[in-house]
Design a protein. Structure first.
Lengths: 116, 116
C-alpha cells in the first residue's frame, strides 16, 4: 500500500541554521512521482519540486535542496541558511498508478518554525 | 487575481445548517479537487472532477455533496454535518486529471469550517 511518512511533526530552528525535513515513502510501483509542497499560514499549498522514480539526481534551487535515495525510499528536503519566511508546514507527497487509477498521497506534514 | 480562489475563508455552522463552499480557478485547468485537512492527519482526497464529471469519490459521507457546473467552478454542499467534520477544506486544480499524476496541483487558501 502507498504510504508517506513524515516523522518530524514540528521543528524549530534559529534563523540561518540549516534544517532537513525527512520524508520516507512506500510503494510497490516502479514508476512513481514524489513532491514537496509548502503551506504558509495563508493556507494554500505551494508546489516546490517533483521527482520521478527514475531520476535520482539531487537538485538544488537556491537555498533549497532535495536528496532522493531509492535505496532507503527517502526524499529529504534541506533548507540552507533558513529564514523566518521559511516558517510553514511542508508536505511530502507520492503519486503512483496509471491514468484513471492513480493515487496522490500526502504525508502528515512537518511544521517548521524559524525563529529570528 | 490568484489562480484558485475559495469562499468563504471561514465558516461556522450548526449541525442542522446547510451551507456551501465555493471554489473558482482562473488557470484554464480541466480537473478540480476537494481535499480535507484535519490536524495531524494526511490530506484526504474527497472528490475529483475531470471536465465537469466526477471521476473519484473516496468514500465520503453523503452529507458532503459536490457540484461542478463547469470546469472553472466547484462547490461543496454541506448539510447535517458533525463536529468531527470541522477542518480546513482545500480546493485544488490541475491541467488535466491524468497529468496530475506527475504534474503539480494548484491549491486555494482553503475554507476553515467549524461545526458546532
Amino acid at each position: 500500500a502507498q504510504k508517506v511518512t513524515q516523522a518530524q511533526t514540528e521543528i524549530s530552528v534559529v534563523e540561518k541554521e540549516d534544517v532537513t525535513l525527512d520524508c520516507v515513502y512506500e510503494t510497490r510501483d516502479t514508476t512513481y512521482y514524489l513532491f514537496w509542497y509548502k503551506q504558509p499560514p495563508s493556507g494554500e499549498l505551494v508546489f516546490l519540486i517533483r521527482r520521478n522514480s527514475f531520476d535520482e539526481q539531487n537538485e538544488i534551487s537556491g537555498r533549497y535542496s532535495w536528496n532522493f535515495q531509492k535505496s532507503t525510499s527517502s526524499f529529504n528536503f534541506t533548507i540552507t541558511a533558513s529564514q523566518v519566511v521559511d516558517s510553514a508546514v511542508y508536505f511530502c507527497a507520492l503519486s503512483e498508478g496509471r491514468p484513471g487509477t492513480y493515487k496522490y498521497i500526502f504525508g502528515t506534514g512537518t511544521r517548521l518554525k524559524v525563529l529570528a | 487575481e490568484t489562480g484558485v480562489t475559495q469562499t468563504p475563508r471561514h465558516l461556522v455552522m450548526g449541525m442542522t445548517n446547510k451551507k456551501s463552499l465555493k471554489c473558482e480557478q482562473h488557470l484554464g485547468h480541466n480537473a478540480m479537487y476537494w481535499y480535507k485537512q484535519s490536524a495531524k492527519k494526511p490530506l484526504e482526497l474527497m472528490f475529483v472532477y475531470s471536465l465537469e464529471e466526477r471521476v473519484e469519490n473516496n468514500s465520503v459521507p453523503s452529507r458532503f455533496s459536490p457540484e461542478c457546473p463547469n470546469s472553472s467552478h466547484l462547490f461543496l454542499h454541506l448539510h447535517t454535518l458533525q463536529p468531527e467534520d470541522s477542518a480546513l477544506y482545500l480546493c485544488a486544480s490541475s491541467q488535466d486529471w491524468d497529468r496530475a499524476h506527475y504534474g503539480e496541483l494548484f491549491f486555494g487558501e482553503g475554507s476553515r469550517l467549524t461545526v458546532l
